[in-house]
Design a protein around this ligand. Structure first.
Ligand code: FES
Length: 304
C-alpha cells in the first residue's frame, strides 16, 4: 500500500486563510475576496487529493514506488473501501458539521451585528426657545425609547446663537458627546451646575421620551477613568485620549432641535459658531482619525 506524495495544497490553503484574515482587517472587499478565493481553490484541490483514493482514482506516487500494473488489482478478499478509511472520513465529516453548526452561528451572532446596517435615530430635544444663548447644558435623552433607559445618552450642548450663511441666519449649536475618546468612559463637565447656579433643570417629554437639560458652566470636560482632559470645544488638553471628543450633527425641524448621528473629530480650531471642526467618520474610542496612526485602525463597525 502506498502513501500519497506530499502536495503544496495545504500550504496554498494556509496562505489563502492568512490573506483572508489580514484582508478582513485591511481591505475586506479586495484582499478578503482574494484570500477567500485562494483558500477555496487550494482547499478544493487538497480535498480532491485527500479523497481520491476513496473515489477510486489513482493518486500521484513517487516513481520509484510505482508498481507493475498487475499490482493495482484488488487482491482477493481485500476491501476496495477499507472500513478504517470509511470511519476516518465519517469522523472528520461529522466533526466538521458539528463544528460548523456550533461555530458559524456563534461567530455570526458575535461579529456580524456591528457590521450590519443599524438604524439611525433622530432625537428630538425640544424647542429652540428652551436653550438660552451662550448657556451650556448637560442633555440626557433616549436614542431609542423602544429600548428604554438602556439607550439613554448624554451630550454637552451650547446654543451659539445664529450664524450668517449666505443671506440666511442659521442656528449654531456646539453638541459634544460625553464618550471619552480614550476608552469611552463618561466624561464629566468640569464646573458648577444646576442648583449651585440657581438654575433649574429643564425636563421635557418629547417623542424620544424624557429629555433633561441641566444648566452647567464648564471650564472644560474631564474623564474620571484615566484623567483625560478636554477644553470646552472638546479638544484634548491632557491625558491619554488620542483625539477630540466626538460631536453630534443636528438639524432644526419646525423650530425644534433634533440630534442626528455622531461623528469623530481630530481637533477644533476656534470656538463656538466660528469653530472650524476637523470632522471624520465616527470611529471607536482610542483610535486616531488622522496622521499616520490612522492606518492602524482600518476597519470600523458602524456605531449609533
Ligand atoms: S477612558 Fe477617559 S481617560 Fe481613559
Amino acid at each position: 500500500m502506498h502513501e500519497p506524495s506530499p502536495t503544496l495544497w495545504p500550504i496554498g490553503f494556509a496562505i489563502g486563510v492568512a490573506v483572508l484574515l489580514v484582508g478582513l482587517i485591511v481591505d475586506p472587499v479586495l484582499l478578503g475576496s482574494i484570500g477567500g478565493a485562494i483558500a477555496i481553490v487550494f482547499g478544493a484541490l487538497w480535498a480532491r487529493d485527500a479523497t481520491s483514493e476513496l473515489r477510486g482514482r489513482p493518486v500521484a506516487i513517487e516513481p520509484e514506488r510505482r508498481q507493475p500494473a498487475a499490482a493495482h488489482a484488488v487482491a482477493p478478499g481485500r476491501e476496495r473501501f477499507p472500513r478504517s478509511k470509511f470511519l476516518e472520513g465519517t469522523t472528520l465529516g461529522v466533526g466538521a458539521v458539528i463544528t460548523g453548526l456550533v461555530a458559524v452561528p456563534a461567530g455570526g451572532f458575535a461579529l456580524l451585528p456591528p457590521f450590519l446596517g443599524q438604524k439611525r435615530h433622530k432625537v428630538d430635544l425640544g424647542p429652540l426657545t428652551e436653550f438660552a444663548e451662550g448657556q451650556w447644558y448637560i442633555a440626557t435623552f433616549m436614542v431609542d425609547p423602544s429600548e428604554g433607559e438602556v439607550s439613554r445618552r448624554t451630550a454637552f450642548l451650547r446654543n451659539n446663537g445664529n450664524v450668517t450663511i449666505g443671506k440666511s441666519q442659521v442656528p449654531s449649536f456646539t453638541i459634544i458627546s460625553n464618550h471619552c475618546a480614550h476608552l469611552g468612559c463618561p466624561v464629566q463637565a468640569n464646573g458648577p451646575s444646576g442648583a449651585i447656579l440657581g438654575l433649574k433643570t429643564l425636563t421635557e417629554t418629547t417623542k424620544n421620551g424624557k429629555v433633561t437639560l441641566l444648566p452647567v458652566v464648564p471650564a472644560g470636560f474631564g474623564c474620571p477613568c484615566h484623567g483625560g482632559q478636554y477644553d470646552t470645544e472638546g479638544n484634548r488638553t491632557a491625558g491619554p485620549p488620542v483625539r477630540a471628543l466626538d460631536r453630534y450633527s443636528f438639524e432644526v425641524d419646525n423650530g425644534r432641535l433634533v440630534l442626528l448621528s455622531t461623528y469623530s473629530v481630530s481637533h477644533v480650531d476656534g470656538t463656538g459658531a466660528q469653530a472650524k471642526i476637523h470632522k471624520y467618520k465616527e470611529t471607536g474610542p482610542g483610535e486616531h482619525v488622522d496622521g499616520v496612526e490612522q492606518i492602524l485602525y482600518p476597519l470600523n463597525p458602524p456605531h449609533h
